[in-house]
Ligand binder design. Structure first.
Ligand code: ADP
Length: 719
């Protein structure tokens, strides 16, 4: 019976081994296999205790039985995913082996051995059953239940057997084990078969679960994949629609051609920009909308030259209505999967506005250059660092260059280092302060009047300067010449005045002599003279008298500048009253009346009081003298403020003056009448002019012949 059990368990062990082998090193199966084999072998050794040495049979057999128990426990631990604990096994093995050794030499060798072997193994099996029970909550199935039942049953059996053997006393003969022991061995052998079945069932369950899991995982993955595929298709459709919307709404034209240049794709903006409908242009050679047919070929050539991609390439396109339009394209070649050129694609933008601006700027630049060149001043514009932005020809000529060559070069390189440094400093000051600088510069023979102006940049701060340099050599030389002439003139004038003064002064002496001898002649010999003699004498006396007047007037004229009193703030009213007092006899005689019509008091002026009296006296005296014979003389003196001056007018209703004499009458000795009609020397108005000019004023006349004259003059106001 025990043999049968040993065989059965070994068979179970073999089944485990065979099955384990097909599972390529599954350690659970290896453990169960080891257990079955060592149990069977151990049992055989124990059963052959009579034929073998006791050590080999008892110790070896029990060792194998212990190994079998440990292996089945280890198998369960692995099955339930527990970690193996070698220390526990070593402890178990030590206890088991010490029991085996003890009973080897003990009195009741078989009974004690069986009892200890059973009792030691029982907890191991019970623990294994517990582990399986724990796993069963997770893994339900008949296999698990069977395994748990087998292990638990076996544990109980071992316990009962151990206790039974211990209680019933020694067993003498192992070979003929019967009854309870025979049943135990049979059950132990069958237990291995049951374990095999349980394991197979568990594996089948696991496999089924695993397969189910895998199938559902695969199904899920397939579902996800399909969903993703659908999503991708949707995304693709959406992004295609988006792309189309972008293309259709973009202000520029997007185009794509095939290798031969036929349009494959064009954005809807072609309708707005070039007047063609999309359907109209698709499939056509793109050259049709180029301004000139060769323009498309030129674009392709430019693309080739630029390595297949070009940015902001300018070209002319043709609108459907025939207008040529400026455009700019950023294009590139695109390639097929094999790397061969498949066509061209890119974006086209109309740049009419930009072209117009460019043209405007070019024209403006040309205009500015023309204006600069038209100037006789040397002009240049440069950045604060000296980079020349614009130069006119006059300036360029000073540097011995052409204007076109100078633009862009550095100004400081054109001067000797010390001059450059000084100029740089001056420009730096202008840029920093924002204030212009003016200075005179003498360079060799040249006199230059230079101005440096700050020019504000885009942010409002000066970052450039404009230099204007006027060649004032001729002007300076002329001014110097004029100054020389002026000095010369002043000197000769002074000499002349001196001469006139001396002459008129000294002339009076012989004149007085002539006059007094003429009087003497008349007194002594007048009675003896008659007819012509008396008349000639009268002529001679008249000539002498007129000459005396002339000399006196000349003397007065020459004294105006040389002998004048200082110019002071003075009231005009007393001067005018004084003049009228001097004229009173003549006015009474002619019945002339003077009216003051200034609308207020007579003003204060800056003047030489004596000369102002003289001025009024001469003008009012003339008004009395040149009165119209047929009407009484009416004289009107008026005044009005003109800025810093007072303008006076002496108007009469006399004979008037022809306009052609308006200038002439102010010159010395210029008279419009002979002495027999109106007495005079022709110096009065010249004196007036000289007086007014000494006071920095002006004098002029307005007149209507036969109606009257108005003499105007100005004097500086006092305060
Ligand atoms: P004179 O009175 O001694 O000739 P003036 O120099 O005072 O010299 O005047 C120059 C000339 O201007 C006069 O000869 C006269 O013809 C003209 N003239 C001056 N005042 C008047 C006036 N109020 N009306 C008309 N003619 C005048």
């Amino acid at each position: 019976m025990a043999f049968t059990a040993a065989m059965t368990s070994m068979a179970g062990g073999f089944v485990f081994a065979a099955y384990g082998l097909t599972r390529h090193g599954d350690r659970r199966w290896s453990s169960f296999s080891l257990s079955g084999l060592s149990y069977g072998l151990g049992l055989l050794l124990v059963l052959h205790v009579g034929t073998l040495t006791p050590v080999l049979s008892v110790v070896g057999g029990n060792l194998l039985l212990a190994v079998a128990a440990m292996a089945i426990h280890a198998g369960c631990a692995l099955l339930t995913g527990r970690r193996l604990r070698p220390a526990v096994y070593l402890g178990f093995l030590a206890a088991y082996m010490s029991g085996a050794l003890y009973f080897l030499y003990g009195e009741d060798s078989i009974g004690g051995r069986i009892a200890s072997a059973s009792l030691l193994r029982a907890p191991l099996f019970a623990h294994a059953a517990l582990m399986v029970h724990g796993l069963r909550r997770v893994e339900t199935g008949t296999g698990m239940l069977l395994l748990e039942a087998v292990l638990a049953g076996w544990a109980c059996l071992l316990l009962a057997r151990g206790l039974g053997v211990a209680a019933s006393g020694p067993i003498r003969d192992l070979i003929v084990l019967e009854g309870f022991h025979a049943a135990y061995y049979t059950m132990a052998g069958l237990a291995y078969v049951a374990v095999v079945i349980a394991l197979l069932l568990i594996d089948a369950d696991r496999l089924t679960a695993l397969l189910g899991k895998e199938v559902s995982r695969q199904a899920e993955a397939l579902g996800t994949h399909i969903a993703r595929q659908i999503q991708t298709q949707d995304d693709l459709r959406r992004s295609e629609a988006d792309l189309r919307a972008i293309l259709d709404n973009m202000p520029d034209i997007f185009y794509r051609t095939d290798r031969e240049g036929r349009l494959l794709m064009v954005s809807r903006s072609v309708e707005n920009l070039l007047g063609y409908r999309v359907e109209e242009v698709l499939g056509r050679d793109a050259a049709f909308y180029h301004g000139v047919p060769e323009s498309r070929a030129a674009l392709v050539a430019a693309l080739e030259a630029a390595g297949g991609s070009i940015i902001d390439y300018e070209l002319q396109l043709r609108h459907k209505d025939g207008r040529a339009l400026w455009a700019s394209t950023s294009s590139r070649f695109y390639y097929d999967a094999g790397g061969a050129r498949a066509g061209t694609e890119g974006v086209v933008r109309l740049i009419e506005e930009r072209k117009r601006t460019e043209l405007f700027i070019r024209e403006n630049q040309a205009l500015i250059q023309a204006m600069l060149d038209a100037s006789s001043d040397a002009i240049m514009l440069f950045k604060a660092d000296g980079t020349l932005l614009a130069v006119n020809e006059v300036m360029a000529e000073r540097f011995g260059r052409r204007a076109s060559e100078l633009t862009g070069s550095c100004l400081w390189d054109m001067f000797p280092p010390d001059v450059a440094k000084a100029r740089q400093a001056a420009v730096g000051r202008v840029v920093e302060t924002g204030l212009a600088i003016h200075y005179l510069d003498r360079r060799g023979e040249l006199y230059l009047d230079n101005s440096i102006y700050p020019v504000p940049g885009p942010e409002g701060r000066p970052d450039k300067v404009a230099v204007y340099s006027r060649d004032i050599t001729a002007q300076t030389l002329a001014e110097a010449k004029v100054a020389t002439y002026l000095t010369e003139l002043e000197r000769s004038n002074a000499e002349l005045e001196q001469f006139a003064y001396v002459a008129s002064h000294d002339l009076r002496e012989p004149l007085r002599m002539i006059s007094s001898y003429l009087s003497l002649l008349e007194r002594r010999y007048g009675s003896r003279l008659e007819g012509d003699g008396l008349e000639f004498l009268a002529f001679a006396r008249d000539g002498a008298r007129r000459m005396d007047h002339l000399v006196l007037d000349l003397l007065e004229f020459s004294r105006i500048d040389r002998k004048g009193s200082p110019i002071i703030a003075m009231e005009v009213e007393p001067a005018l009253t004084q003049a009228l007092r001097h004229l009173a006899p003549a006015m009474d005689e002619s019945g002339a009346a003077v009216e003051l019509a200034g609308g207020g008091d007579l003003p204060w002026v800056m003047g030489d009081p004596d000369q102002i009296i003289r001025l009024f006296q001469n003008l009012i005296g003339n008004a009395v003298k040149y009165r119209a014979p047929d009407r009484p003389s009416r004289i009107r003196v008026s005044w009005r403020r003109q800025g810093g001056e007072w303008q006076f007018t002496v108007a009469d209703n006399g004979i008037g003056i022809e306009p052609q004499y308006f200038e002439r009458i102010f010159r010395i000795f210029q008279r419009l009448h002979t002495a027999d009609r109106y007495e005079g020397t022709g110096i009065g108005l010249a004196v007036c002019k000289k007086i007014v000019e000494r006071h920095a004023g002006r004098i002029w006349v307005e007149s209507v012949p036969g109606e009257g004259s108005a003499f105007h003059f100005t004097l500086p106001a006092a305060g």
